[in-house]
Design a protein around this ligand. Structure first.
Ligand SMILES: Cc1ncc(COP(=O)(O)O)c(C=O)c1O
Length: 356
C-alpha cells in the first residue's frame, strides 16, 4: 500500500472573507480545499489536497446510473484555546468501511481516510467556526467512476473529502419536531442497505418527507417494513424514548443506521446510571404508554442536530403530544454533555476526540 504523503496544492485565494459565520446555512458553504484520492487497477493512488472546485466526471460513470457510492458525515469543533476536535473520527471511519463493504467498494485505507481528514482540516483550520455549537461539517464520499452502462462493480473509484462551516442548529431556539408515520412507505428492509450510509436511502426518503411536510410535519417516523408497527428511526436520526425513567431505543437489527450520536447517548446513559433498554417499540405501545403517563420524553439523535426533541407524533388519526414547547430534562442533559465534550469543556473520558 502507498504511504500517506499527500501532495498539497494550496488555493491562491480564500473565500473566507465572503462567509457570514453568524448566518450559516447547512451544506451551502465549502472551505478552500478538498481531498482527492483515486482508485485504479486494484490500488489506491496518491492522495492530493487541492483547491475546492469541480471534478471531471463523465455522464457514463456508473454512480450516476446505479448509485454505487457511500458517504459519511461528521464534525470538527473548536476549543476555546484554538485547538480543533474532530469528533469520533475512528468510529466514522469504521462505519464508512462497513458501508463500502456492503456496496462492493474497496475501503479507503485507514491512514488515507483518518490522516486525510486531519491534514485537510489543518489546512482549512480557519474555517472551523469560533463560537460554541457551530462546527465544520466534514463529508467524505467515495463513488464508482468506471464509464459503463453495464451493471457491475466498478473497477475505479473517486474518494473526496469536502468540508464547510455549519451553524447552531438551534439558533432560533429549540423547537420540538412534529412527526408522522407514513405506513405506505418504508425506509429499509432486512437484508437491504438501511444500516449503511448510501445515497439511495436518502433519495428514497425525499418523497415521503415532502408529503409529511405538506401535511405540516417536520419529518417521517419510519416504521418497520414487515409489520408497519415497530418504530425504527426519525428522519435521518435515531430515536429514544424515556419510559418510566428507562431510556429505550430500538435495537440495531439490520435496518437502522448505527448512529455515532446514538452510541454517545448510550455510553453517557451508562455513566449517568440511567437504565437503558434496547428493544423493539411499537407505535401502539407508545400510544398506550402516553395515555398511561409512562412516556415522558422522545428525542432523536444525529450529527447534525445532536439531540432533537420530538413534540408530536401522528399515526393514523391519533396524535401523541409530549413536551411540545421545550426540550425535556433527559434530552437536555445529553445535549449539554455531548456539546460540552465537542468543545472541550469537560474531559473526554471516552476518547471521542481527535485533537489537531
Ligand atoms: C438514517 C440515519 N439515521 C441516523 C443518523 C444519525 O447518525 P449519526 O449520529 O452518526 O449522525 C443518520 C445520520 O447520519 C442517518 O442518516
Amino acid at each position: 500500500m502507498a504511504q500517506y504523503s499527500p501532495e498539497i496544492e494550496r488555493s491562491h485565494i480564500t473565500r473566507l472573507p465572503d462567509v457570514n459565520f453568524d448566518n450559516l446555512v447547512f451544506g451551502e458553504q465549502f472551505s478552500d480545499h478538498q481531498y482527492e484520492l483515486l482508485y485504479h487497477e486494484d490500488t489506491w493512488g496518491s492522495p492530493r489536497i487541492i483547491p475546492y472546485g469541480p471534478i471531471p466526471v463523465f455522464p457514463a460513470v456508473t454512480t450516476l446510473h446505479y448509485g454505487q457510492a457511500v458517504f459519511e458525515g461528521m464534525k470538527a469543533f473548536r476549543y476555546r484555546d484554538g485547538r480543533i476536535n474532530i469528533f469520533r473520527l475512528e468510529d466514522h471511519y469504521n462505519r464508512f468501511v462497513r458501508s463500502c463493504e456492503r456496496l462492493c467498494i474497496p475501503p479507503v485505507p485507514r491512514p488515507f481516510f483518518v490522516e486525510g481528514i486531519k491534514t485537510l482540516i489543518d489546512i482549512d483550520r480557519e474555517w472551523v467556526p469560533r463560537s460554541k455549537y457551530k462546527s465544520l461539517y466534514i463529508r467524505p464520499i467515495v463513488f464508482a467512476s468506471d464509464q459503463t452502462l453495464g451493471l457491475r462493480r466498478s473497477r475505479s473509484y473517486r474518494f473526496h473529502i469536502l468540508c464547510g462551516p455549519v451553524g447552531d442548529y438551534y439558533s432560533e431556539g429549540i423547537k420540538p419536531i412534529r412527526l408522522t408515520t407514513m405506513p405506505q412507505y418504508v425506509r429499509a428492509v432486512q437484508g437491504g442497505v438501511g444500516d449503511v450510509k448510501v445515497p439511495g436511502n436518502y433519495a428514497a426518503s425525499l418523497k415521503p418527507t415532502l408529503e409529511a411536510q405538506e401535511k405540516g410535519y417536520t419529518q417521517v417516523l419510519w416504521l418497520d417494513a414487515r409489520e408497519h408497527r415497530f418504530v425504527e428511526e426519525v428522519g435521518s436520526m435515531n430515536i429514544f424514548f424515556v419510559i418510566d425513567d428507562v431510556l429505550v431505543t430500538p435495537p440495531l437489527n439490520g435496518t437502522i443506521l448505527p448512529g455515532i450520536t446514538r452510541s454517545c447517548v448510550l455510553e453517557l446513559a451508562l455513566l449517568k446510571g440511567l437504565r437503558v433498554d434496547e428493544r423493539p417499540v411499537s407505535i401502539d405501545e407508545l400510544i398506550g404508554l402516553h395515555g398511561s403517563g409512562s412516556l415522558s420524553e422522545i428525542f432523536g439523535s444525529g450529527t447534525a442536530a445532536v439531540i432533537s426533541p420530538v413534540g408530536h407524533i401522528h399515526h393514523q388519526g391519533r396524535t401523541i403530544t409530549i413536551l411540545s414547547k421545550e426540550m425535556g430534562p433527559v434530552a437536555r442533559w445529553f445535549y449539554d454533555q455531548i456539546t460540552a465534550v465537542h468543545h472541550g469543556e469537560i474531559p473526554d473520558e471516552k476518547s471521542w476526540c481527535t485533537i489537531i
